[in-house]
Write a protein that binds this ligand. Sequence first.
Ligand SMILES: *Cc1c(COP(=O)(O)O)cnc(C)c1O
Length: 462
Amino acid sequence: MEELYRQIPKVDKFLKDKDLIEILDGQPAFFLKKAVNQVLGELRSQIGKGEVKEVNYEELKLRVKRVLKELLRPRLHRVINATGVVLHTNLGRAPIGNKVAENLVSVITGYSNLEYDLEEGRRGLRYRNLEWILKELTGAEDVCVVNNNAGAVLLVLSALSKGKEVIVSRGELIEIGGSFRIPDVMAQSGAILREVGTTNKTHTWDYESAINENTGLLLKVHTSNYKVLGFTHSVSTKELVELGRKYGIPVYEDLGSGSFIDVRKLGLSYEPTVQEVLKAGVDVVSFSGDKLLGGAQAGIILGKREFIEKIKKHPLNRALRVDKMTLSVLEAALRYYLDEKLALKEIPVWRFLSQSKEDIFNKARELVRELKLKGFRGKVRIVEDEAEVGGGALPLQTLSTYCVAVEVDGLSPQEIDRRMRRCQVPVVGRIKDNIYLVDMLTVFEKEIPEIAANFLKILEEE
Ligand SMILES: *Cc1c(COP(=O)(O)O)cnc(C)c1O
């Protein structure tokens, strides 16, 4: 054993190894040292347990290479979404299109006109490059953009109704992921929550009888992740706007996902569009930038100049400011909505939602073909299933999809899942009825060979 310990190569030998330095590719030597220490640590403990017969540098080098490659990959990295959930918050919500990404890279790898007016040669306004497109698309008088829609709700309530009562239906006191709850946000903003109606029914006269001289706002919240079904009634945006006008109280709608496209055209159930809500006359509307919009994380606030001015001037606005990456992605993505057909094609979220069943089936067939071509020994077949929109949009809507079901002798679906998640480009699929499924609805065509390669790789582990 003493002899084996003596044979352990010096750390320096690895650090000077040309092959390893090549893999390091200019990244800090920290990663190579860490990989070497890990492998040598394992070796020492193996020697201690009597599991090692001889110490071989080349064999150790292979192990170092494997660990090094893993350490060199940034911890935040791409994964393949094979869950069928189009807006998966845990998987980064909306992917962005290539052209939008190319423009982003060009904006952030150099300097930009973020806050510089090139006509005048002096300081410009940060949001001006985005404002025009939002006004063009919606007809809104003014625009404010913040870090996310949760921030937008907090900002709007703080700016318009601090110390005043905000009337909201009991059926709309939502909680969404990440413990965002309307009553808590309301308390944080300094507004006073005035709940009206019941869980299942709220009428216009419920709001009306709650109005008093301290009422600051009428709030409507989109019930994004649930639906109240059966014996129900809620007050429409239009009715709320009429009531607001009658008493001179502003109306604010938190639209949640906020779509620019009428999803009924894709055969999905009704969701109000941003344009529609503004047309109905709300004073302020807010929604996310990375849900159905398909852009970057942001909270977009649109509405009447008088109110947006107040919102913009509030100190929280500066604290919730968005950066050039967000602005670049939003502007580039929003431009496509000037032509709906282009938006459906170029914005990945809409491309996935508007795929035909045949498109999805073809992707499934392609994956099966790749697997057969590569001699994959598992059992593979195409099954029909249901996927979902996710991200707090269309909670009850299912999307019909095709999945590739994969079974391997001697591997449980949980084990297949675990191994697929640990690949260099991880795949997150789902398990249904104890079978591992790759849902093709959310898979990009270019990812199909990568998924197939992963399936082959996970069988080498045995
Ligand atoms: C998603 C959602 C939010 C929060 O939006 P983020 O952009 O995730 O901060 C707020 N309100 C509703 C109704 C939502 O659906």
